[in-house]
Design a protein around this ligand. Structure first.
Ligand code: PGA
Length: 249
């Protein structure tokens, strides 16, 4: 049995003040949510603020990206040690927006995961197919390549994998629980076939998750939680998703 895990990806949203307001409203709303792991990934500029406010709550803090070099002349980049010093325990790597707008390849994702893990950060690796790939019946092929190349020479035990079909992100089009479960089952099989003792690796679903659809997603055996974008920006709706994962699990 894997513990449900609900993660908020705020993307490029919220100032420091807004981060404080969110966290102060959110904490009391999830005081009854033991049994669910909760994580928030604010923008880099709000990590330190969030870290102070989340202390002793058990809520984990993630960055949305990290660079693969340890330090040096890489203007604009952020290292794993910087994230740790800002209070992060986790980092999201390989989000489809990073792949799409910032040309991140599986090879770059692989280097980022290696550096993050070497420095002791927990990793949420995002994978998922585009609409064209799904329509061309290439979903499993794409997932297999992303898993193989992103995890080259990396033991994913201790990591989390987020399945996020690109066509469902920010579009209001959720994958049906059956479509999501089918992809999750494929990922689980890949893990079973390629990694020893990987049954504790959690697989999250991401793409237009809301308080209304979390219940039907989380009851699927291979869906261990959710990575939530839009609906994580409001403390009430994100808390409802957390509590929905608890009720249904
Ligand atoms: P969404 O984003 O919930 O707004 O679809 C999910 C994600 O990109 O992680």
């Amino acid at each position: 049995m894997r513990k449900p895990f609900i993660a908020a990806n705020w993307k490029m949203n919220k100032t420091m003040g807004e981060t404080g307001e969110f966290i102060n409203s959110f904490i009391p709303l999830v005081s009854e949510a033991e049994g669910v792991d909760i994580l928030i990934a604010p923008p880099f500029t709000c990590l330190n603020e969030a870290s102070g406010l989340l202390q002793k709550t058990g809520i984990r803090l993630a960055a949305q990206n990290v660079f693969y070099e340890e330090k040096g002349a890489f203007t604009g980049e952020i290292s794993a040690q910087m994230l740790l010093s800002a209070g992060c325990s986790d980092v999201i790597i390989g989000h489809s927006e990073r792949r799409q707008y910032f040309s991140e390849t599986d090879e770059i994702v692989n280097r980022k995961i290696a550096t993050a893990r070497k420095n002791g950060l927990e990793v949420i690796l995002c994978i998922g197919e585009s609409l064209e790939e799904r329509e061309a019946d290439k979903t499993f092929e794409v997932l297999e390549k992303q898993l193989t190349d992103s995890l080259k020479d990396i033991d994913p035990n201790g990591m989390t994998i987020a399945y996020e079909p690109i066509w469902a992100i920010g579009t209001g089009k959720t994958a049906t629980p059956e479509q999501a479960d089918e992809a999750h089952t494929f990922i689980r099989k890949w893990l079973n076939n390629n990694v020893k003792n990987s049954d504790q690796v959690r697989i999250l679903y991401g793409g237009s998750v809301t308080p209304e659809n979390i219940g039907s997603l989380i009851t699927k055996p291979e869906i261990d939680g959710a990575l939530v974008g839009g609906a994580s920006l409001n403390p009430d709706s994100f808390a409802k998703i957390v509590l929905g994962a608890k009720v249904s699990s």
